[in-house]
Design a protein around this ligand. Structure first.
Ligand SMILES: Cc1cc2nc3c(=O)[nH]c(=O)nc-3n(C[C@H](O)[C@H](O)[C@H](O)COP(=O)(O)OP(=O)(O)OC[C@H]3O[C@@H](n4cnc5c(N)ncnc54)[C@H](O)[C@@H]3O)c2cc1C
Length: 551
C-alpha cells in the first residue's frame, strides 16, 4: 500500500543512512502491532525517524571509522531475478544510480550459475508454462475425437524440438532483460556478489560501495539427503532433460510437483506422485485439494498418499526403484524431488555483517523489506514471504519507492491471487473456507461442480469446480476458488473484485458472459453451506439450522 509522507526531509533521511551494523531493535517490529489507532502515515514517519535515530546513536559510538561521503552507487542489487530487476529499474527511473550483479547464464542454477531474469524466466514460471502448453495437446487430441476429428496415425511428439525451442526462447528473454537494465542506465556486472560491510559488495574480487544494498538472490531447489539422492533430479533439471522420462516418480504434493506431474503425464510419461500427507496442496482450500487430485487421477496420474521415499536404488539395467515407508515401487527412468526450495543465503557474508536470518536461511525483514542492518534490504523469495513472481515484483517496486521517492511503501499481501498450472489448473484469490471460518466465524459457501459444455461432446470425464466463500454478516466475498480449464485466466479477472472488497450482491448484479464457465461465478444462487460459530439467530429456519451444522 502506498503511503505518502508530507515532510520533504524524509528523502534526506533515506539518503543519509549511515554505515553501521546495528541489528534493528525489535521494538520497530512490535511497535506497529501496538499502534492500530495510528494512521499509516504516522506510523511510517515514526518508523523511519526511529530507524534514523538508532543509526545516528550508533554512529557516535562507532570505532571512529570515517563515513564515506561518496558511494559508487545509490543502490547495489545482488541478483537480477524478478525482485532485483524490478527494484533496480524503478530506482533508476526515480533518478538513483544503480548497479546489479548476476551469475553467468545456465538453465541449471548453482552457486556459480544463474542468469539475468532469474528463476521465473529461466527455471520457473516461463519454461514451466511452455512445457505445460506442450503437454496439453494430448488431452486436446482426445477431446477432438468427439468433435469429429480423426488422425491417420497417432500424433508423435519430438522432445528435442520442444527443449531446443524452449531454450532458444530463454536465450531471447535473458537478452531482453539485459537490455531492459542497460536501457534504464543500470550498470550490469556479471559475477557472484558477496557483502563485505554494510555499504560494500564484492563481485568476484572487485569492490563496489553503495548507499543501499538490496539482496534479491532468490532460492534454489533442495533435494533431501536420503540414500540414492544422487540419482534424483530437481525442477531445474526436469525442465531441461535430454530425453522424455518413460516413467517418473515425483516426490512432493505442492504446486510444483502437481505442475510437473501434469506436464509429464500430458507428454505420455507414466507418472507416480509420492506425498507424505493424505492430500495434495497443503494450505489450499480443502474442496480444491480433493477435486484436483480426483481429476488428475482420472487423467492417469497415480498418487501414493502418506508414502515417503526413504531411499532410491539403481538397478543394473539403469532403472530406479523408490523405497518408501510402505514398500518399493520399481522401474522408474527418473525420480524428481519437488519437496521445497531453500533461500540462496549461503556464503553471502550476511552473518558477518549482522543481517538476521530464520532457521531455514531466509532473511528476516520488516514491513518495508528492511533487514537488521539499516543500509541493507531484501525482497523476493530470499525473504520467504509469499514466493511468487508478482509478489517479488511488488516488493521490489515498493522498496524503490520507499528509498528513492520519499514514499514509504509497504507491500500489500491481502488478496494475492495465485494459480497452479496443473491439468486441470487452479486459480484462487482470498481466503480458503477453513481460513475464513477461523477469521470470520460465520460464513456462507457457494459451490458449483459441473460438466463443462466441451465435455458433453468430447465424452471425457472433465469437470469444473467453483467456490465462493462469503462473510455471512457483510456478504463480502472473502475467497474465490476454481479448478478447471482456464481457471488462472478467469480468476485473474475476478481477483480485482475480491481485492476491491465486493459483495455477493455485486456478483449477482453482474451480467454473465454466455456461454462460458466463468458465468457460474455470477449465477450461484443457493448456498451449499452456511457455517455459524455464533448461536443461530432467532429467525433462522429449520433447513438453515441444518445447513449451519453442515448437514
Ligand atoms: C518450477 C517453478 C515454477 C514456478 N512457477 C511460478 C508461477 O507459475 N507463478 C509465479 O508467480 N511464481 C512461480 N515460481 C516462483 C517464482 O519463480 C519466484 O517466486 C520468483 O522468481 C522469485 O523472484 P526473486 O527475484 O526473489 O528470485 P529469483 O528469480 O530466483 O532471482 C534471484 C537471482 O539471484 C541470482 N543470484 C543468486 N545468488 C547470487 C549472488 N551471490 N550473486 C549474484 N547473483 C545471485 C540468481 O542467479 C537469480 O538469477 C516458480 C518457481 C519454480 C521453481
Amino acid at each position: 500500500m502506498a503511503t505518502s509522507v508530507t515532510t520533504p526531509k524524509l528523502t534526506t533521511t533515506f539518503y543519509n543512512r549511515l554505515p553501521i551494523t546495528v541489528p534493528l531493535s525489535s521494538h520497530f517490529l512490535s511497535l506497529q502491532n501496538t499502534l492500530t489507532p495510528f494512521s499509516h502515515n504516522c506510523f511510517s514517519l515514526l518508523y523511519f525517524q526511529c530507524r534514523r535515530r538508532h543509526v545516528a546513536a550508533r554512529a557516535k559510538s562507532d570505532n571512529g571509522a570515517e563515513l564515506p561521503s561518496h558511494y559508487d552507487f545509490d543502490l547495489f542489487t545482488i541478483g537480477a531475478g524478478s525482485g532485483g530487476v524490478r527494484a533496480s529499474r524503478f530506482a533508476a527511473n526515480f533518478g538513483a544510480s544503480v548497479a546489479i550483479c548476476e551469475l553467468p547464464f545456465s538453465t541449471i542454477s548453482s552457486e556459480t550459475t544463474g542468469g539475468v531474469g532469474g528463476t521465473c524466466v529461466l527455471r520457473g514460471c516461463v519454461p514451466k508454462k511452455l512445457l505445460v502448453y506442450a503437454s496439453k495437446f494430448s488431452h486436446e487430441f482426445d477431446e477432438s475425437n468427439g468433435f469429429g476429428w480423426k488422425y491417420g496415425t497417432e500424433p508423435q511428439h519430438d522432445w528435442s524440438t520442444l527443449i531446443a525451442n524452449k531454450n532458444a526462447e530463454l536465450q531471447r528473454l535473458t537478452g531482453i532483460y539485459k537490455n531492459i537494465l542497460i536501457n534504464a542506465g543500470i550498470t550490469l556486472i556479471e559475477g557472484r556478489g558477496k557483502i563485505v560491510d554494510p555499504h560494500t559488495v564484492d563481485v568476484d574480487g572487485k569492490l563496489y560501495s553503495a548507499r543501499h544494498i538490496l539482496i534479491s538472490v532468490g532460492g534454489r531447489p533442495f533435494i533431501p539427503d536420503i540414500p540414492g539422492s544422487e540419482y534424483a533430479i530437481d525442477s531445474d533439471a526436469a525442465l531441461d532433460l535430454p530425453s522424455k522420462p518413460e516413467k517418473i516418480a515425483i516426490v512432493g504434493g505442492g504446486y510444483i510437483a502437481l505442475e510437473f506431474a501434469g506436464i509429464f503425464s500430458g507428454l505420455t510419461s507414466e507418472v507416480h506422485v509420492f506425498i507424505r500427507q493424505k492430500k495434495v496442496l497443503r494450505g489450499f482450500d480443502e474442496d480444491i485439494r480433493d477435486f484436483v487430485a480426483e481429476q488428475m487421477s482420472l487423467r492417469g496420474i497415480e498418487f501414493h498418499t502418506e508414502e515417503s521415499p526413504q531411499a532410491i536404488l539403481k538397478s543394473t539395467d539403469g532403472s530406479l526403484s523408490v523405497k518408501t515407508n510402505k514398500g518399493t515401487v520399481d522401474g522408474f527412468s527418473h525420480v524428481m524431488f519437488a519437496t521445497g526450495r531453500r533461500p540462496n543465503t549461503k556464503n553471502l557474508g550476511l552473518e558477518k555483517v549482522g543481517v538476521k536470518m530464520t532457521k531455514n536461511g531466509a532473511i528476516e525483514v520488516d514491513e518495508y523489506s528492511g533487514t537488521a542492518v539499516p543500509s541493507i534490504w531484501a525482497v523476493g523469495d530470499v525473504t520467504d514471504r509469499i514466493n511468487l513472481t508478482p509478489v517479488a515484483l511488488m516488493e521490489g517496486g515498493a522498496l524503490a519507492k520507499t528509498l528513492f521517492q520519499a514514499e514509504p511503501t509497504k507491500p500489500d499481501y491481502s488478496a494475492v491471487p495465485s494459480a497452479v498450472f496443473s491439468q486441470p489448473p487452479i486459480g484462487q484469490v482470498g481466503l480458503s473456507e477453513e481460513q475464513a471460518i477461523q477469521e470470520y466465524g460465520d460464513i456462507d459457501v457457494f459451490t458449483a461442480n459441473f460438466r463443462p459444455l466441451k465435455a458433453t461432446l468430447s465424452g471425457l470425464p472433465d469437470r469444473i469446480f467453483m467456490k465462493l466463500v462469503l462473510c455471512a454478516k457483510t456478504n463480502k466475498v472473502l475467497g474465490l476458488h476454481m479448478c478447471g480449464e482456464d481457471a488462472p485466466e478467469i480468476v485473474q479477472g475476478f481477483a480485482v473484485a475480491v481485492k476491491a472488497g465486493l459483495t455477493k450482491a455485486d456478483f449477482d448484479a453482474t451480467v454473465g458472459v454466455h456461454p462460458t464457465a466463468a458465468e457460474e461465478f455470477v449465477t450461484l444462487r443457493t448456498p451449499t453451506r452456511k457455517i455459524r460459530k455464533s448461536p443461530p439467530s432467532e429467525g433462522m429456519t429449520g433447513p438453515e439450522v441444518k445447513a449451519a451444522a453442515g448437514v
